[in-house]
Design a protein around this ligand. Structure first.
Ligand code: PAF
Length: 319
């Protein structure tokens, strides 16, 4: 069984495809209302042309609000978690899980958050858990409580230990990895996940705040010289921060950002989606983290700082 925490766009996509390919999943939602809707409607995954790619009826799903975690897990050890909440939801997840976390059998957690800072927070709070940091370029857009549009197939990279694999890692390969592959996800194990996380951080730090401020789709960033100029400024400042920290970066990353905008041209970035839904964004874990890294290294990232403050200043409500 795989526990998927978070029923946003990625949570629904992974839960729907895993369940439809025969994996037992439990899906944990933020609210009771969403759990009831999913239990009633089932999960539907549409392809980008609007055709139904996957439908899992509600009676074939186990779905519950996160607030029920302690009641439902007080006797059993949870083995595999796909943590799919936004950065802002991670502390609430830990608050619900830790009181009944079992130490006799390590829990493996695949962490799929945007931005950085969450891995250290989870590790500090739950040292016995085995963490698999991950990044994905899957493009998904939630539609209502129980449906998601799979807007673009991507690759999911999962961090793999450089040292020798432990028993837990071998079980992970046999179970979680195989299930993800069987569900049709393009997944690879990476010994350089940190690099992948910094690459994704920069992609998000360039695309997300600008699309959120201008309220435009990802592709619209490319259609205007002023927008491209701002993207380049954010990119150059980010690279300067990475250089100051000795973080490896590659000259191809700028082209990758352009490619992501093209491949997801019709999408709202996750930050724009949050702004439109009036919910708190991940800007502090993305541009805010870059600003803090800049301060630590004695350099500046003024464009990131201004965008961070502008978006924080929207005072969007907590999740
Ligand atoms: O956060 C997002 O929306 C996505 O990570 C990305 C890559 C910017 C595409 O929209």
């Amino acid at each position: 069984m795989i526990d998927i925490i978070g029923a946003g766009s990625l949570g629904l996509l992974f839960a729907g495809r895993l369940a439809s390919s025969g994996t037992e999943v439990r899906l944990w939602t933020r609210t009771l209302e969403q759990a009831r809707m999913i239990a009633c409607e089932g999960i539907t995954v549409f392809d980008k042309k609007g055709r139904t790619a996957v439908h899992v009826p509600g009676d074939r799903l186990q779905v519950a609000p996160l607030a029920d975690w302690q009641r439902l897990n007080s006797h059993t050890a949870v083995q595999w978690i796909l943590l799919m909440t936004k950065q802002g939801g991670v502390d609430e997840v830990l608050k619900q899980i830790l009181p009944v976390a079992k130490t006799e059998r390590a829990t493996g957690i695949v962490c799929l958050q945007n931005g950085i800072g969450h891995i250290e927070r989870i590790r500090r709070a739950w040292p016995e858990a085995v963490l698999y940091p991950a990044v994905t370029t899957e493009g998904a857009k939630r539609q209502g409580a129980a449906s998601v549009v799979h807007a673009g197939a991507g690759i999911t990279e999962i961090g793999w230990p450089e040292e020798q694999e432990k028993a837990q890692d071998r079980n992970f390969k046999q179970y979680v990895l195989n299930r993800l592959l069987a569900a049709g996800f393009d997944v690879c194990l990476s010994k350089e996940i940190e690099n992948g996380m910094y690459r994704k951080l920069l992609i998000n730090a360039v695309i997300n705040p600008l699309t959120a401020i201008w309220r435009i789709r990802n592709g619209e960033l490319l259609s205007d010289p002023v927008r491209l100029h701002m993207m380049r400024k954010l990119y150059d400042e980010g690279i300067q921060v990475y250089e100051a920290h000795g973080i490896h970066w590659e000259s191809g990353w700028w082209d990758q950002i352009m490619n992501v905008c093209q491949a997801t041209a019709e999408n709202h970035s996750s930050m724009l989606a949050d702004v439109l839904a009036q919910s708190m964004t991940e800007v502090a874990s993305i541009n805010g983290q870059l600003v803090q890294m800049a301060e630590l290294a004695g350099v500046t990232a003024p464009t990131h700082e201004v965008l961070w403050q502008l978006i924080e200043g929207m005072r969007l409500k907590e999740e």
